[in-house]
Design a protein around this ligand. Structure first.
Ligand code: TYD
Ligand code: MG
Length: 485
């Protein structure tokens, strides 16, 4: 008896097996194989069925790269400066952009606003909503203004219908919200499954390339923060953008994880307001204005991509009744906090084995750089001691700025772009900045020192211990136990 043939596809690495296994032989992940029905002949993209039937596909003609006409990259400005910057200067016609983010972060708002601006600028656009009905999309657009209301919308989940609509309407920019809700009828599996998402993406990619339509695919992220569906999607698209932030807070950060047409260093900062997303052009100003000169607070001169950004890091240390005590961290990697606490205990004489430690990056910003170590260490030490930090100017209470990576032996290590970090802190009168030795001078001679009037530049430090005795003067030298060890 002929059985319908199925394959089992790993959702992590795309490895296929004829039979189900608990563990993927390709990447070793557990419970990731899902059953998929390959498209029946006739279904799917044209050409596949013939190929499966044994007909040879026509050979492609290779050309020397020098003979390939460099395509004139005319980018489409989305009217949202921060988005254009992250894209590398605007949308490239024919490109596929994957925009990921957790539910409620503002993906639909951002894409709807972008299409609104494009439509108002005379471009043909199309908004395909698989998640919401047309009237739900309208409700959002009403908050975003006249431009957003002029965007043509279809509420559709069948990719064949979407493809036909794209061919008929020939938009220059199209948003698919979301790629997980679209399905290919020829495949037996449910929308959002590995095979479906990949098939939908491939189909849209062919259309995008053929009609030079820029397609933005909205995608959900899973609880652990990675893009749901197959990782394979990230390889197919030209650009992967991640929209981050906490839903309860108003700040959102847009970053490029992959960009074939630009750098992945740029980030965009937005604020969610009543009338949609507003670009935050000077995020540092806002965060510094909110920073408190209180025990457990410090300003970190961070880099967000290629942009310096001042953010406040706060810590709270409290006696614990739990074993092991709590370690709660927002906006930072938990393991990084564990490392900083271990270095603080071993080399800084601040042992917190019986205390709960809470660390928070204010404003919903997520930091992903080693330069945050010193700020975390100083905030925690200040909180443990109940003493505000100072940067060598007693009697003038103001936030202290710092940056630097902690080594496992308690040394302070230099990080990228020290001069730009110092200059950014200088713009807000946060000087001197506590930083690793040999920092700014190595890159640009003492640029930080020349910044604004009254800026004493930097205090260069070689170790965590030196940083603690500078920022928390009068603090007892590291405990005898720590020194003896
Ligand atoms: P949405 O774009 O629907 O998020 P996503 O598509 O990523 O799931 O909107 C997210 C939230 O933003 C929603 O809870 C309502 C809020 N919001 C505003 O605060 N102001 C606005 O102008 C709009 C349109 C939405
Ligand atoms: Mg949405």
């Amino acid at each position: 008896m002929a059985r319908a043939s199925t394959v089992h596809l790993c959702s992590e690495c795309g490895h296929t097996e004829p039979r189900w296994h608990g563990r993927c032989a390709g990447c070793g992940a557990w419970n990731t194989l899902v059953e998929e029905h390959p498209p029946q002949s006739g279904a799917g993209r044209p050409g596949r069925a013939q190929r499966r039937a044994g007909q040879a596909a026509p050979a492609a003609q290779p050309r020397a790269l020098a003979e390939v006409e460099p395509p004139p990259i005319a980018r489409l400005g989305t009217g949202i400066g921060e988005l254009d910057r992250v894209l590398g200067g605007g949308l490239v016609p024919g490109s596929l952009v994957l925009l990921g983010g957790s539910p409620g972060i503002g993906k639909s708002t951002l894409t709807n606003m972008a299409l609104g601006h494009l439509q108002a600028a005379g471009r043909r656009t199309l908004y395909v909503s698989g998640e919401e009905s047309a009237d739900q999309v309208r409700l959002r657009a009403e908050r975003l203004g006249a431009g957003a209301l002029s965007v043509p919308v279809v509420a559709e989940t069948d990719v064949a219908v979407v493809a036909a609509t794209l061919e008929a309407e020939r938009p220059e920019v199209c948003v698919i919200d979301s790629v997980q809700t679209l399905h290919e009828a020829g495949l037996g599996s449910a929308p959002g499954s590995v095979g479906q998402v990949r098939e939908v993406c491939l189909r849209l990619m062919e259309l995008a390339k053929a009609s030079a339509c820029a397609v933005i695919l909205v995608g959900h992220v899973t609880k652990d923060g990675s893009l749901a569906g197959p990782r394979a999607l990230e390889h197919l698209v030209d650009c992967v953008l991640q929209f981050e932030g906490e839903r309860e807070r108003t700040h959102r950060i847009l970053r490029a994880l992959k960009n074939r047409f630009g750098s992945t260093n740029d980030v965009g900062v937005f604020e969610m307001r009543d009338g949609g997303l507003v670009e935050v052009l000077d995020a540092s100003a806002r965060f510094v204005a909110e920073a408190a000169h209180a025990p457990g607070s410090v300003v970190l001169a961070a880099m967000e991509g290629s942009r310096p950004l001042l953010v406040e890091v706060q810590a709270l240390v409290a006696a614990s009744e739990l074993v092991p005590p709590r370690r709660v961290v927002t906006g930072l990697d938990r393991n990084r906090l564990a490392l900083v606490l271990a270095v603080l205990a071993r080399h800084g004489g601040v042992a917190l084995g019986s205390s709960d430690v809470f660390v928070n990056v204010v404003g919903g910003v997520r930091l992903d750089e080693p330069g945050a170590d010193l700020a975390v260490a100083l905030a925690v030490a200040g909180a443990a001691r109940g003493q505000p930090l100072t940067a060598g100017s007693p009697g003038e209470p103001r936030p202290v700025a710092c940056f630097g990576e902690l080594g496992l032996t308690g040394e302070l290590r230099s990080v990228a772009h020290p001069d730009r970090r110092v200059a950014e802190a200088g713009r807000f009168g946060l000087a001197p900045v506590l930083c690793p030795a040999g920092g700014p001078r190595a890159e640009a001679p003492a640029r930080g020192r020349r910044a604004p009037a009254g800026n004493e530049g930097t205090i260069e430090l070689s170790s965590l211990r030196a940083a603690l005795s500078t920022a928390l003067p009068g603090r007892a030298t590291p405990s005898r136990a720590a020194r003896a060890a």
